[in-house]
Design a protein around this ligand. Structure first.
Ligand code: NAP
Length: 436
């Protein structure tokens, strides 16, 4: 790394986000340099295919397909990684950091899976590593957890952090759309990828909440410890019944801290329609943080897209640039274990204590509810409400919607197994947790 009097940047990736970052660095370089206090220059851009036509102002001679042109160049002080994927991104970042190049990344998968190794490499190389865009896009949640909220013990994070999923759920709620139609519409609008698995099955949100929980609780909460359910099993009637009960359905990424441990989960929930998170619609994201001093804080905004993500990436770049300018030592992101307290265990989903919404398809005859109530009662699950919903005279079945008082997850799972085996129950159609 050069002993910088100016900062040379190597950009890895020139797609949706990279295109935005390049145009800020090329078109408004004066402003960026003024913010940093020294000249900031885009030097090289790594892509897969340098012959591709691109709608950017990046000169062709700046493009390269050889990572050595960035990683092996001692004049490049900072690498901005917006390629995505694990390999080769994790390898490139590890090498850049270990050799003293500062790194900004938008890569949630790399940060969630390889964050600790990357911080180790950063310490080894004396480099900064920032990753604001890796969760919540343009919402400054990571910087808040690493800065202004540090005085708090963070008790919980509840977030809507996948815009694709939230768009689909909004369509299902307001248009009564089937999941498959809402997904097709999201794909047409460019909000969902051709293979939507990562978004609709919750993997993307798992990576993001893994990062946020690790920062909030100062201990590693790896993605494999995050419980996950997707949204593809939701049906239009779930939204109708939820609304009748006063709830919206949202996919939440949740992280909690209590004396027994930390918990992290991603799944669709019922949340009161008048709760702020219940009103976050379309591709918008929101993150609610509950801290010991600040109480509840809610950040709301665009979680993806060129502009919002570029805002987060360039914000990190300026932050690191200022540290370089001020000759400050690298900041410790507190990603894992800097609080000085012993890491708490990750709590099992079995121990979750919450309210439940259960939708059953049953035979339309007397005595059905009594059989179901007996099973729930025997397992200590108290019923809060029962709605007999749509009936289907042609096959003499009916839909029964039950909500419970707070109950233990393991008991509810056991009850659903037993209820599902009753002769009068055709199907356990859905089970959702209720957030208040
Ligand atoms: N898009 C968003 O709204 C958003 C929001 C938050 C975070 N992010 C994160 O930002 C990152 C980039 O997302 P994106 O939407 O900008 O992706 P994208 O549009 O698919 O662009 C990826 C870019 O990386 C280059 N690239 C990919 N693999 C490469 C390799 N092995 N070697 C060299 N270049 C490679 C591609 O080169 P070619 O152009 O030659 O194909 C392309 O320019 C991802 O980690 C994503 O999760 C994105």
């Amino acid at each position: 790394m050069s002993q910088a009097r100016k900062i040379n940047v190597g950009l890895m990736g020139l797609g949706v986000v990279g295109g935005g970052v390049a145009s800020v660095l090329l078109d408004t370089d004066q402003q960026v340099s003024a913010q940093v206090g020294m000249p900031v220059t885009l030097k090289k851009v790594l892509v897969r295919d340098s012959s591709r036509q691109r709608d950017t102002s990046v000169p062709v001679e700046m493009l390269t397909t050889d990572p050595e042109d960035l990683l092996g160049d001692p004049d490049i002080d900072m690498v901005v990684e917006v390629m995505g994927g694990i390999d080769p991104a994790a390898r490139y970042l590890s090498r850049a950091l270990a050799s003293g190049k500062h790194v900004v990344t938008a890569n949630k998968e790399v940060m969630a899976k390889h964050g600790p190794e990357l911080f180790k490499a950063a310490r080894q190389g004396g480099a900064n590593l920032l990753f604001e865009a890796s969760a919540g896009g343009g919402i400054p949640i990571i910087g808040s957890l690493m800065g202004q909220l540090l005085a708090n013990e963070i008790r919980s994070i509840r977030s809507i952090i996948n815009g694709t999923t939230n768009y689909i759920l909004t369509r299902m709620a307001y248009q009564g759309a089937q999941f498959s139609n809402a997904l097709a519409e999201a794909q047409e609008q460019g909000y969902a990828e051709a293979d939507p698995t990562n978004d609709v099955e919750g993997y993307d949100a798992v990576y993001k909440i893994s990062i946020l929980a690790s920062l909030a609780f100062h201990q590693r909460v790896p993605p494999e410890d995050v419980y996950r359910e997707g949204i593809s099993r939701l049906e239009p009637q779930d939204f109708r019944y939820a609304r009748e009960l006063g709830y919206a359905i949202k996919s939440l990424a949740i992280a909690t801290l209590d004396p027994e441990g930390v918990g992290a989960r991603v799944y669709p929930v019922l949340i009161p329609v008048d709760h702020m998170l219940g009103k976050v619609d379309g591709v918008y994201n929101a993150v609610e943080v509950t801290g010991s001093l600040c109480g509840q804080v809610l950040l709301h905004g665009m979680g993806a897209g060129r502009g919002p993500t570029t805002s987060a990436v360039v914000g990190d770049l300026i932050d690191i640039g200022r540290r370089i300018q001020a000759k400050e030592p690298p900041a410790d992101a507190g990603f894992s274990g800097s609080s000085g307290r012993k890491p708490l265990p990750v709590r099992s989903m079995d121990d979750l204590h919450t309210r439940y919404y259960i939708r059953l398809n049953v035979t339309d005859q007397a005595g059905v509810l009594a059989q179901i109530s007996r099973i729930l009662g025997d397992l200590g699950i108290s019923i809060a409400s029962v709605l007999q919903k749509d009936t289907f005279p042609q096959d003499q079945t009916a839909e029964l919607v039950i909500t419970t008082h707070p109950s233990r997850e393991a008991s509810v799972q056991e009850a659903l197994r037993l209820v599902g085996s009753l002769g009068v129950v055709n199907r356990v159609s859905n089970m959702l947790r209720i957030e208040e």
